[in-house]
Write a protein that binds this ligand. Structure first.
Ligand SMILES: *Cc1c(COP(=O)(O)O)cnc(C)c1O
Length: 814
């Protein structure tokens, strides 16, 4: 991009703090960490629920960024840069994107709907890329911020745009419409997602349809609800399974062995096209793509040839376990520049290993010259601390010298031949390549042998849940996140890394060992140890962990060791017992505690805390208030006597929700971040984090009268189809969940657990489920939820989560 700052000032009707507006803007950014930030960057200081771009302005100026769109000029920075003052920085970004869009006149496909937007976008890109230079939204950038940023990636070389837009409530689409301004509109489908943001389904459809206000045509599935809401003026190009007044009538779908043949009639002629999928969602998404191609007047032979090659869209970046203890980030289906940026950012956030390798293919569709493109890639690589680049492809090989430590191969086969001579160990490897390079073969050789049962952890959901609770806190209140018991069973290091990336203030573990292992793996956040044994005090000091001290005995033991090591001001946390009666100093101990602390400078009271017994239970509200009051009183007594000003904290997850007045200076967030709430109302706002998955090992049909499993506890009353799944009580599935109490989900249908759960296996009834050996099985996640299982087993979700055995592999993704 090349736009004079003064033009932008006038587009935004901003008031500018300086005269030097002749500067050329080449790049727009909202991310303080972007490696593109520089003198010709215009930085929009976006204020979100959890972050405020204004706080980075000072550092960005120090890094040479000279132009900012702001709400106010941060203190002391007047005159230090060009500030464009606007009322709302997000609205300004959208306004600028709409202006930028108006500079380009190529066709734009705009996609919205409840599901399938990203898939349709990625497939359209695949289907049309032989003929166009396409700019599209990276990943699922479809939000109020994502859409403008997607559009701003356009340049003169592009001749087709494909953008998706997603909304969660009214008035959002009218802001996105002028930015996307689609010439061809695609409405994928209308489901129930985001229903809570609308008064009715009609209102939601109406809002979505606003995207197509100025579109030349709308492609959609013909249904009455949508037809009734469409303006008479819009040109329709619809499809239907039932209604043959649709422009494209789908007369028949034949599915067999993972393929479907779609029979359709169009302009009075019958055709068919085959796709390599058999599920209904993929079929409908493929039909949306078919209509775009028909509308663009592609002939049947081209449509068939291209659609037969449609592939599963990886919607997310997956971290896999690699050979020799490597971590593998698999992004092997795309190689455009924008998605490279996202993948590198993700790689940066994984600080499990210092050592990082990027395996990268030639990059297509950047719209830039190769020279400019690979220079930019080289810059990104440096900014993201990549130590080694393995380039695969003729073009990237030609630019090998731009990279510091780089080996190249002309093609994937040559790499695979040589790969045993390269060292891959104890590092994170990002595998990123265009589809034509078939990098899935590289992933296959680098990946550790797969386990059939995995606990998948959605790291985005974890961040979202963190933000949900952050939003409930007063501005200065700190957050400690409890990662004890291996992150409530979800995974210790990966979650701690993510929390460090998200800048929480403290981590909390139960025992010193847990803290030591996090420190050994490079976690730098301060870590409080809730339950330190006296025998671990030495290593606590050695590893700079911070003990919770809850008794005079513990304090004296710790002081003895600290003083013998001549340590000064070692941070400790004083726990007060205000009614939980588990650990902590009582009222009667406080004078002695104060006396001892006054005589030593070996330790420093970093914080004072207590723990609530009933923060989740309204029936004990008065008791809870009493605990808070006593905490306030005793901690105040200590602060006055010792003349200190420590962090004070008492609230756990339920406390954050139920006692907002008692946040003091910090809260300790636990179960909530893992997506589980003790309150059904709050549960609706949390995202599921862990999904326990397995597969079907074997399927058999047994006649009426036969039994299943130990003790013959299941007797078939009719012919019954039984599937065996390789997960049992040794993996943490309680036997109480067997014998018809519990169920698993297969192909989105319930399958009851039949008979007793075995040590390593369980059997389910799949008589009504069309399934095959090898199919995926959901043990828990969205459905059934751990809350539901906990209720059935008369326990709490905490126990279900932390029971999942360590032999179950954890796989992290976002
Ligand atoms: C586990 C724990 C928490 C977190 O509790 P949640 O209910 O999971 O939020 C907070 N404080 C202490 C002392 C804990 O042991």
């Amino acid at each position: 991009m090349n736009i004079l700052l003064k033009n932008i000032i006038s587009v935004l009707s901003a008031s500018c703090s300086s005269e030097s507006s002749d500067i050329m803007i080449e790049h727009v950014s909202i991310d303080s960490r972007s490696s593109h930030n520089g003198a010709h960057t215009l930085f929009f200081s976006i204020i979100g629920p959890n972050n405020d771009g204004h706080i980075y302005v000072k550092d960005l100026i120090a890094d040479g960024v000279g132009n900012f769109v702001v709400n106010y000029i941060p203190k002391g920075l007047e005159g230090k840069a060009n500030f464009l003052l606007v009322e709302n920085t997000l609205a300004a970004l959208q306004q600028f994107a709409a202006y930028y869009r108006s500079l380009f006149h190529f066709p734009v496909i705009g996609i919205t709907g409840s599901n399938g937007k990203t898939i349709v976008k990625e497939w359209m890109n695949f289907l049309l890329s032989p003929d166009f230079n396409i700019i599209r939204s990276p990943k699922s950038f479809n939000s109020q911020v994502g859409v403008p940023l997607s559009i701003l990636g356009s340049n003169e070389k592009h001749n087709l745009g494909i953008f998706e837009a997603g909304i969660s409530t009214v008035t959002e689409m009218e802001k996105l419409e002028p930015i996307v301004k689609p010439t061809i509109g695609v409405l994928t489908n209308i489901g129930t997602s985001h229903d809570e943001g609308f008064e009715s389904t009609n209102q939601k459809i109406e809002e979505k349809l606003k995207l197509f206000k100025n579109a030349g045509v709308l492609i959609y599935k013909k249904v009455k609800t949508v037809d009734g809401l469409l303006p008479a003026t819009i040109k329709k190009f619809s499809w239907s399974f039932e209604d043959n007044s649709a422009e494209v009538f789908i007369s028949k779908i034949e599915t067999k062995s993972q393929k479907s043949k779609i029979y359709y009639s169009y302009k009075g002629q019958c055709h068919d096209v085959q796709i390599p999928f058999e599920d209904m969602a993929s079929i409908e998404n493929a039909i949306s793509c078919l209509l775009v191609m028909l509308y663009m007047e592609y002939d049947n032979a081209t449509i068939c040839a291209r659609m037969s090659l449609l592939y599963p869209v990886e919607m997310r970046l997956v971290v896999k376990n690699g050979i020799n203890n490597c971590s593998l980030i698999d992004d092997s289906y795309s190689s455009d520049f924008q998605s490279l940026k996202i993948a590198l950012d993700f790689l940066e956030s994984q600080n499990k290993f210092q050592k990082k390798t990027l395996i990268l293919s030639d990059i297509f569709q950047s719209g830039l010259t190769d020279e400019v493109l690979y220079n930019q890639v080289a810059k990104l690589v440096v900014a993201n601390h990549i130590q080694r680049v393995i380039g695969i492809g003729q073009t990237i090989a030609a630019f090998k010298d731009l990279f510091f430590n780089c080996i190249t191969y002309p093609n994937t086969a040559d790499f695979l031949d040589d790969f045993r001579n390269l060292d891959f160990s104890n590092e994170t490897v990002l595998v990123k390549g265009a589809r034509s390079f078939e990098f899935e073969e590289i992933v296959a050789v680098l990946e550790e042998k797969k386990h059939e049962t995995v606990l998948e952890i959605n790291l985005n959901a974890l961040s979202d849940n963190l933000n949900f609770f952050k939003a409930k806190l007063q501005p200065d209140v700190k957050i400690m996140v409890m990662v004890k018991a291996f992150g409530y069973g979800n995974g210790g290091l990966e979650i701690a890394s993510l929390l460090e990336h998200n800048q929480v203030d403290y981590l909390g573990v139960a025992f010193a060992d847990e803290g030591i292992s996090l420190k050994n793996d490079g976690i730098r956040l301060p870590i409080m140890v809730l339950n330190p044994e006296s025998t671990s005090f030495s290593s606590i000091i050695q590893y700079q962990l911070e003990p919770e001290i809850y008794s005079l005995r513990g304090l004296n033991n710790f002081l003895k060791i600290a003083e013998s090591k001549k340590i000064k001001n070692f941070p400790i946390h004083i726990k007060i017992d205000t009614g939980m009666h588990r650990l902590g100093f009582e009222r009667k101990d406080i004078p002695d505690l104060i006396r001892i602390l006054k005589t030593t400078d070996a330790v420093q009271v970093k914080s004072i805390l207590s723990h609530m017994a009933t923060s989740d239970d309204r029936t004990h509200y008065d008791f809870a208030k009493g605990q808070i009051q006593l905490f306030d009183e005793l901690s105040t007594q200590m602060m006055e006597a010792l003349q200190i000003n420590p962090i004070r904290h008492i609230l756990n997850t339920s406390g954050i929700s139920n006692f907002p007045e008692a946040q003091f200076n910090m809260v300790r967030l636990g179960i909530g971040i893992y997506g589980v709430s003790n309150d059904p109302e709050e549960q609706k706002f949390l995202e599921n984090v862990g999904t326990l998955k397995s597969i079907i090992s074997q399927i058999r049909t047994i006649p009426a009268g036969d039994s299943v499993g130990y003790g013959r506890r299941f007797m078939a009353v009719q012919e019954t189809k039984i599937a065996t799944i390789p997960i049992g009580y040794a993996d943490g599935i309680s036997r109480g969940w067997g014998n018809g109490v519990g169920y698993v989900k297969i192909k989105n249908q319930k399958a009851k657990i039949t008979g007793s759960i075995c040590m390593d296996m369980l059997m389910v009834d799949v008589t009504e489920v069309a399934c095959n050996e090898g199919d995926d099985v959901i043990i828990f996640g969205e459905d059934p939820t751990v809350v539901e299982i906990a209720v059935a087993l008369h326990t709490i979700p905490y126990e279900i989560l932390t029971s999942i055995s360590q032999r179950v592999k954890r796989v992290f993704y976002r």
